[in-house]
Design a protein around this ligand. Structure first.
Ligand code: PLP
Ligand code: SF4
Length: 453
């Protein structure tokens, strides 16, 4: 039974600092000058990928050196403790760092996504685990997940230009952390050849997502090699390069000519072969989109390169209808097509960021109709256990009290049921207590499965 679909999760301790202005008002000031370490950096220098790479912050010490006394000592201590407890390594670009409102870092939506604070971390839901999507189980070759009949996910390498706290591939992406030792998927020709051989030998496969890790961290030569190899296979009709780069470091499109030209070359080869080559990217908040993003997108638009966005729904970052609507409109404004909004995966260490399924349903209702239908993202939940993506409005059963929803996925795993669990903090006191008791947990799950049989 659907219950209380108007419900939204309780607000964070303090309200989000996100104050939507007009979606067309993109920041074009020299916003980085407010960061002590970047105070004398010119616009020309800030617009290069080399500056962004060289000055990326990868540990708390570098953050102190960059921000100096912009934040109190207590913030750095909270961060250091948060990093020790986090599944993802730390990495953030000067661009994103400078877009954080450092007068209110505890509630800033960009800070929330990349810099963990111990005081905000919450205990994991008892049903959480690494690789909740079972990507490794559906992998015929390490780093190649083949779950759907005609499409597969290829992970050529495991690094990114930024590390998101909430990464669904925290089992592999980024260096080891105190909390997690990772599956290693380095750029390795022998492994790639195994993946190519598998793909070429599967006549049903038509569509390859080149993800990771992040396509920004492929060299121009490797990006080209992978694209050409895939496009030459007669069965392959579509490829997508996945990169968070446009959000993290739009400068690369403007200054790394070899990389941007390699991407353009693959897109042009695809066009000659009548095949589809697009870029998939990942923005979560309107503050991530500036006039530098627009400049980068203009280059891609002039070259006829299509970009789609996959957003991750996160509590306090974008779980507000006004913020999500503005994100969708702003993406459209810079020619990025909003494709998906994902309900947060059940990955450990980021329980403060998950929302209930009800929140996703509520947001979808508000966003649909706010702009062109083709720029309206599908709100989906990638079911734990490998059932694939499902429309948030399509559970077979949803008990808002226990937070359990049950999905079926006839096109991917017929006959099976897949469960999602709302975060404990979104439940009432009785349900919270029930989740602490193993026998009660079993009873709640059995009851949900029973309701759909
Ligand atoms: C998301 C995903 C894809 C691509 O799915 P689309 O819905 O076409 O974007 C392919 N393979 C796996 C394993 C995925 O998780
Ligand atoms: S950019 Fe993507 S793959 Fe990399 S850490 Fe972020 S969510 Fe994970």
């Amino acid at each position: 039974m659907f219950t209380d679909t108007a419900h939204v999760d309780p607000p964070a301790a303090a309200p989000s600092t996100a104050a939507p202005t007009d979606h067309r008002d993109l920041r074009s000031d020299e916003f980085w000058r407010g960061i002590p370490a970047y105070a004398r950096v010119s616009a020309e220098e800030f617009r290069t990928h080399t500056f962004q790479n060289r000055h990326s912050v990868t540990n708390p010490r570098q953050l102190r050196e960059t921000l100096a006394d912009l934040v109190p000592a207590s913030f750095y201590e909270d961060l250091e403790a948060g990093v020790k407890n986090a599944p993802m390594a730390l990495r953030i670009s000067p661009y994103l760092l400078a877009l954080i409102d450092w007068s209110a870092p505890h509630t800033d939506p960009i800070r929330t996504q990349f810099l963990p604070l111990r005081a905000q971390q919450q205990p994991d839901h008892p049903m959480l685990r690494y690789d909740s999507l079972n990507e490794r189980e559906d992998s015929p070759v390490p780093g190649l997940t083949h779950r759907y009949r005609d499409k597969a996910l290829f992970l050529p390498q495991d690094s990114c230009p930024v590390y998101c706290r909430f990464c669904t591939r925290s089992y592999a992406v980024g260096g080891d952390t105190d909390a997690v030792e990772k599956l290693k998927l380095t750029a390795n020709f022998a492994r790639w050849e195994q993946a190519f051989a598998y793909i070429a030998g599967q006549p049903d496969l038509e569509d390859i997502v080149i993800s990771g890790g992040d396509s920004y961290n492929l060299s121009a030569a490797h990006l080209q090699l992978i694209g050409e190899r895939l496009l030459q296979m007669p069965n392959i009709r579509r490829i997508r390069y996945a990169t968070k780069g446009l959000c993290v470091q739009p400068q690369k499109i403007l200054s790394d000519h070899a990389w941007t030209d390699a991407l353009t070359g693959v897109v042009e080869l695809g066009r000659r072969l009548h095949k589809d080559v697009v870029v998939h990217t990942h923005f979560n908040h309107p503050n991530e989109i500036t006039s530098i993003t627009a400049d980068a997108m203009n280059v891609l638009t002039e070259r006829g390169i299509h970009v789609r966005c996959q957003t991750v729904l996160q509590r306090t970052v974008n779980d507000d209808p006004a913020v999500m609507t503005q994100l969708v409109r702003r993406l459209g404004h810079v020619n990025v097509h909003p494709y998906y909004v994902y309900v947060h995966d059940m990955v450990p260490g980021v329980e403060d960021l998950r929302t209930s399924l009800a929140t996703a349903q509520h947001l979808e209702k508000h966003v649909r109709g706010a702009t062109a239908g083709f720029n309206t993202p599908a709100f989906v939940l990638d079911t734990p256990g490998g059932g694939g993506k499902r429309d948030v409005h399509s559970p077979e059963h949803y008990d808002r009290a226990t937070g359990i929803s049950v999905f079926e996925s006839p096109s991917v795993k017929p006959g099976k049921k897949f469960l999602y669990f709302d975060p404990i903090a979104s439940l009432d006191e009785t349900a919270r207590w029930r989740w602490t008791q193993p026998a009660e947990r079993r009873a709640m799950i059995d009851e949900a499965l029973g309701a759909t049989s």
